[in-house]
Design a protein around this ligand. Structure first.
Ligand SMILES: NC(=O)c1ccc[n+]([C@@H]2O[C@H](COP(=O)([O-])OP(=O)(O)OC[C@H]3O[C@@H](n4cnc5c(N)ncnc54)[C@H](O)[C@@H]3O)[C@@H](O)[C@H]2O)c1
Length: 341
């Protein structure tokens, strides 16, 4: 079978995961890297074996040898690139959130449909074994239909203050909460009708980043389930893990508890304190790259190579963005938002 040729647009922190996944998939040729920062593009290409580098994504769009692309630019910079790639006939894997407005998501979906290309949004937690096990417990009837769901996904302050140069154009809701919204809908098996959001600014603004410190959300589903979601960028930098993910799903017959950050499967204590290492996301074992973050990109490759539909298509990204927008509106007005569809 001929290998399909993949390109990466946006070679920052998370673009590296896409590059790694393409480089290890036997049906993929990792062909090109594009980043505004030429050095970063070159270093990424050389590390993961891509031949071509670009600083203008339009050159990738006009390269007829490229079959599919990952868009891993900042949250606010997905749409123009994804629409142009779809119009150029390339399959597209877009980092989460798909876009930050409903209209932009609809433009991407429309462009992909028109050219008959695949559009997937990278909600990689759908491949996280801990969260997948919760979904299995629901599907197999072990806990009954979820009545109440709790999600906490927070980062240390290092993420907005040191890692994301564009943190003031995002928020804990967009960067972290969109994962939780996706999971809540996946577990509930439906989308919510009402949403309440609440956020506060202060600590990060004092430190020079104009983003909310935290965002709290409540989602009410038509079937009766309710999800409560906490997302903050306030954890101390000395925390044992850069992120904290916890989840509880309660049904009438049982419940599921998840804690993938303070897991203690491997706890390392050294002169700087206690650390929990990544054993699920993208660990390397004996030089082999694995983990759920790699698996979602590999799924996209499989869809492109075998003509299958992505498990997390653009329409899922649209619904998550619709809900995030309703939550922002609710937080702004201090009122419950009814989600119109
Ligand atoms: N950092 C994470 O842990 C993480 C995890 C999951 C998903 N994501 C998502 O991945 C996406 C990228 O996040 P990141 O943390 O890698 O950001 P980043 O700032 O580290 O990297 C973004 C890269 O995109 C490049 N870029 C920006 N505009 C461009 C353009 N027009 N053309 C080409 N390159 C361009 C930048 O130069 C930069 O190298 C975001 O949507 C984010 O929400 C990030």
């Amino acid at each position: 079978m001929d290998k399909k040729r993949f390109a990466l647009i946006g070679a920052g922190t998370f673009g590296q995961v896409h590059a790694k996944a393409y480089s290890v998939h036997r049906d993929a040729e990792f062909a090109a890297v594009c980043d505004l920062d030429e050095t970063r593009a070159r270093q990424t290409a050389s590390k993961w074996g891509a031949q071509r580098t670009h600083t203008d994504w339009r050159e990738v769009a006009s390269d007829s040898t490229i079959d599919a692309v990952s868009v891993a630019t900042p949250d606010f910079a997905h749409t123009e690139i994804a629409v142009a790639m779809a119009q150029a006939g390339k399959h597209i894997l877009v980092e989460k959130p798909l876009a930050m407005t409903v209209e932009e998501c609809q433009r991407m979906i429309g462009a992909a449909r028109e050219r008959g290309v695949k559009l997937m949004v990278d909600f990689h937690n759908r491949w996280n074994p801990a969260l997948y096990a919760a979904r299995r417990a629901i599907d197999e009837g072990n806990i009954g239909a979820p009545r109440f769901m709790y999600f906490r996904l927070s980062d240390t302050q290092a993420v907005p203050l040191k890692m994301l140069s564009w943190a003031d154009k995002s928020s804990p809701l967009w960067f972290l909460g969109t994962h939780c919204i996706d999971l809540a809908c996946w577990f509930a098996g439906e989308v919510p009708r009402r949403a309440y959001g609440c956020c506060r600014h202060g600590v990060l603004r004092q430190k020079g980043v104009d983003a909310p410190d935290f965002f709290l959300s409540v989602l009410e589903f038509p079937g009766g389930a309710v999800a409560s979601i906490e997302n903050s960028w306030l954890l101390p930098e000395s925390s044992p893990s850069i992120f904290d993910l916890k989840c509880e799903v309660c049904g009438p017959e049982g419940n599921v508890h998840i804690d993938t950050s303070s897991h203690r499967a491997t706890e390392i204590t050294d002169k700087d304190g206690v650390h929990y290492v990544d054993i699920l996301g993208e660990p390397s074992v004996h030089g082999q790259h694995m983990g759920f973050m790699i698996e979602s990109v590999k799924h996209f490759v499989d869809c492109v190579v075998n003509g299958r539909e992505p498990l997390v298509p653009g329409e899922v990204g649209l619904e998550v963005t619709r809900i995030a927008c309703a939550l922002e509106q609710s937080a702004e007005k201090g009122e419950l938002a009814v989600i119109e569809r």
